[in-house]
Design a protein around this ligand. Structure first.
Ligand code: GLP
Length: 242
């Protein structure tokens, strides 16, 4: 793993965006794996600025997102499809038909996961996968578990994740209890991974992921085995590492 330390969130966001921009410039029809959450918002803002200044062209870029809440459609402002449209897709010249997020409206989980796995197989290898990290070490919605899941699957969100994500919802009761997520195998098959982490509430998970044992109890720890994983983190997120 390569670790890039930044002073703050702004620097982290610029550096992550520069790497993604280089990928798009080198391979205009690249397949990006994209993440939601507050962590990559600044990265997406920087990509939008590069597009607006004429330095980045998304017209041939293709994308697959990591995860989606079960039960939420794209018109629900808490869905990850809504998030992606708002923070990136509607602000750049990406072809919407080239953007993919698991379909939260399909309540038959086997069907929903099989459809997304088929889509991922059809799209081919992810060139660059963007990741955040949950305070419990989750990536996508791969929660701490006794095994690493290979492909897209349906997860019961842990209480820690429901607590961490309730800030986006009106009431805790509104937070969906289940989600569809790409598996660890899908994530690890990406050619390059860029994980962004900021803030003190990520410090413990990041230290465990970078220096702890590789274990499904800290899903992000698997990145130690990836040949081209880049961790971009600010001082607060790295405060438990030294
Ligand atoms: C969410 C998402 C993850 C994200 C993580 C951290 O539950 N499923 O993909 O990385 O939690 O979110 P945030 O960046 O808001 O801290």
């Amino acid at each position: 793993m390569k670790l890039i330390r930044t002073k703050n969130y702004e620097e982290l966001s610029r550096k992550a965006a520069n790497i993604i921009a280089a990928q798009i410039t080198l391979k205009p029809d690249c397949l990006l794996g994209l993440a939601t959450g507050s962590s990559p918002i600044g990265t997406y803002d920087n990509l939008v600025s590069m597009y607006e200044s004429g330095n980045l062209d998304f017209s041939r870029v293709r994308s697959v997102n990591l995860d989606e809440y079960m039960g939420l459609g794209g018109d629900n402002d808490q869905s990850y499809r809504y998030f992606m449209n708002k923070h990136l897709f509607e602000r750049v010249n990406i072809d919407m038909t080239n953007t993919h997020v698991p379909d939260g409206t399909v309540l038959d989980s086997e069907k929903a996961c099989a459809a997304y796995n088929a889509l991922l197989a059809e799209m081919g290898t992810i060139d660059l996968q963007v990741l955040g990290i949950g305070p419990n070490g989750h990536i996508g919605f791969n929660e701490p578990d006794d095994h690493f899941a290979a492909e897209t699957h349906c997860v019961d969100l842990t209480d820690a994740t429901i607590q961490a994500n309730k800030r986006f919802f009106e009431n805790e009761a509104d937070v969906p209890r289940k989600a569809y997520t790409m598996g660890i195998g899908n994530i690890m098959s990406a050619k390059m991974i860029v994980l962004v982490a900021n803030g003190k509430n990520k410090a413990k998970a990041l230290a465990a992921a970078l220096k702890g044992p590789v274990t499904p109890q800290c899903p992000a720890s698997i990145l130690q085995f990836h040949p081209n994983a880049i961790i971009i983190a600010d001082e607060d997120a790295l405060s438990e590492l030294e």
